[in-house]
Design a protein around this ligand. Structure first.
Ligand SMILES: C[S@@+](CC[C@H](N)C(=O)[O-])C[C@H]1O[C@@H](n2cnc3c(N)ncnc32)[C@H](O)[C@@H]1O
Length: 247
């Protein structure tokens, strides 16, 4: 039998292999927390409706997004991916009259002119009759239109205390939108992503951010949902290197 030869591997190569294994197996590298870990008190939340169509977050996820926003007393919000406006409307209904919620979506007519390519599955959500159909009576919500890969977000840099990333699910877009989300955030704030574990591009991007990028050390997945969140600017206890969790 041929002898086994062990080649030296540097730490970065080991981490890259860990990430690619995790993604190939569609494993979730981001540590999970339960709702009970996050909320010990009864939640006081108003919901605009209970309808859930393909493309929306689930009822449980809506409650958790609003609860996370209320826990941080978020007032300045940016949502990536308006869709029918349900999440923005629910945030407006819960964050008080002073809250300002900006939400951006891509008009169907612009779908062929995006900076990066958008897959068929995402195009189903882009092609709709109206963006933000559920936003009618919410004056605190401002709709913006454009491709998150091209839009000029700079007027709102460092102004937001919550950014919700839920637009195109392609890996390159999730990376792009996440970097912009960091720029939009004040020194302290909350980032939330949807579709972790359900869309490959989102899962891969967040797995990689968590394993490779120290800014994401406190990233957490809420068990039983597709939500990940990161509280930026808070002191988090020291943690072991994430690569241990992936392997
Ligand atoms: C899953 S839906 C968002 C759901 C919504 N956030 C909610 O909570 O109900 C994704 C949205 O992202 C939009 N979108 C896709 N690619 C985009 C892009 N490049 N720029 C802006 N919006 C995009 C789609 O038009 C679609 O409305």
């Amino acid at each position: 039998m041929a002898p086994t030869i062990y080649l030296p591997m540097d730490a970065m190569r080991e981490i890259k292999i860990a990430v690619s294994r995790a993604v190939k197996a569609n494993k979730l590298a981001v540590p999970a927390v339960s709702e009970a870990d996050l909320f010990s008190h009864p939640l006081d939340i108003r919901l605009i409706d209970l309808e859930q169509v393909d493309g929306n977050t689930t009822l449980r996820e809506q409650i958790l997004i609003v609860a996370l926003a209320k826990r941080r007393d978020a007032q300045k919000v940016f949502e990536f991916g308006t869709f029918d406006g349900k999440t923005s409307a629910n945030l407006a209904a819960n964050l008080g009259p002073e809250a300002e919620i900006l939400t951006i979506d891509l008009e169907a007519a612009q779908a062929g002119a995006t900076r990066m390519s958008i897959g068929k599955k995402d195009l189903r959500f882009v092609r709709k009759d109206q963006i933000g159909a559920k936003l009618g009576s919410f004056s605190g919500v401002v709709q913006l239109f454009g491709d998150t890969g091209r839009f000029d977000f700079s007027p709102w840099y460092r102004t937001r205390d919550l950014v919700f990333v839920d637009a195109c699910h392609e890996y390159q877009y999730v990376r792009n939108d996440t970097e912009i989300a960091f720029k939009l955030l004040q020194p302290s704030g909350l980032l939330i992503w949807h579709d972790y574990g359900t869309w490959v591009g989102v899962t891969r991007a967040l797995n990689e951010f968590y394993v490779l990028d120290p800014r994401f050390r406190a990233l957490r997945h809420i068990a039983g949902t597709a939500i990940c969140f990161l509280e930026v600017g808070l002191d988090h206890p020291e943690e072991p290197p994430p690569v241990c969790r992936v392997l």
